[in-house]
Design a protein around this ligand. Structure first.
Ligand SMILES: CC(C)(COP(=O)(O)OP(=O)(O)OC[C@H]1O[C@@H](n2cnc3c(N)ncnc32)[C@H](O)[C@@H]1OP(=O)(O)O)[C@@H](O)C(=O)NCCC(=O)NCCS
Length: 174
């Protein structure tokens, strides 16, 4: 239901099947037009292999979060600290039917809040993912370089940890 409260919490091993299903659905949504469905299925089976995700749940200095609403897993985010003080956001995915309702923003804020000592934030996004790009630009990220990942052009983006526009606005209004 659209009005269900959203609970954001660390994942457990019991969430892995639902996380993998969400990632598969979101990847087909975003990357089929870029890579084609067969390549997407192949890449996601490697990048989101069960054992790899299970190890990330217990990874030190990392956060593997899920968001649920009405008993359904609606989003997933993963971020890990890279020495010395950079938080790398590797995944942020909202279930396609639940997007543009503020869930992505909340999961991203929850990832950041769990690593307050990080001074910089970093991620990469497919150059041909206009929604992802709009989201990260809205969050204050700027492109620092281009690269190729799995045959797709990606943009590496960064920002200082406290530079999000809404955080600045919140600070100004205090
Ligand atoms: C990108 C994603 C994580 C954003 O999460 P979300 O819950 O859908 O987005 P939010 O509701 O929190 O949106 C926050 C802001 O991002 C921007 N944004 C989000 N979706 C957008 C869209 N479809 N078109 C344009 N801007 C968009 C807007 O600025 C929005 O603020 P506004 O609604 O006040 O205008 C989510 O849409 C998603 O999972 N997309 C597919 C996977 C993906 O691209 N992940 C990122 C890969 S790096």
């Amino acid at each position: 239901m659209s009005g269900d409260a959203v609970l954001i919490r660390p994942a457990t091993a019991a969430d892995l099947d639902a996380v993998r299903a969400l990632l598969l659905e979101a990847w087909h949504q975003v990357y089929d037009p870029i890579l084609g469905p067969d390549k997407v299925a192949e890449v996601t089976s490697r990048w989101h292999a069960r054992g790899l995700l299970a190890a990330q749940i217990d990874q030190p200095r990392a956060s593997f979060l899920v968001a649920e609403a009405g008993g359904i897993l609606v989003a997933h985010g993963f971020a890990a600290v890279e020495a010395p003080d950079t938080l790398v956001v590797s995944r942020l995915y909202v279930r396609p039917g639940r997007q543009r309702r503020g869930i992505g923003r909340r999961v991203f804020a929850a990832l950041c809040a769990r690593h307050p000592d990080c001074a910089r934030l970093r991620l990469f996004v497919a150059a041909e993912n206009p929604i992802g790009l709009a989201f990260w630009r809205r969050e204050g990220f700027a492109e620092v370089r281009e690269a190729i990942e799995e045959g797709a052009r990606v943009l590496h983006m960064e920002r200082r940890a406290a530079a999000a526009p809404e955080r600045q606005a919140a600070m100004r209004s205090q």
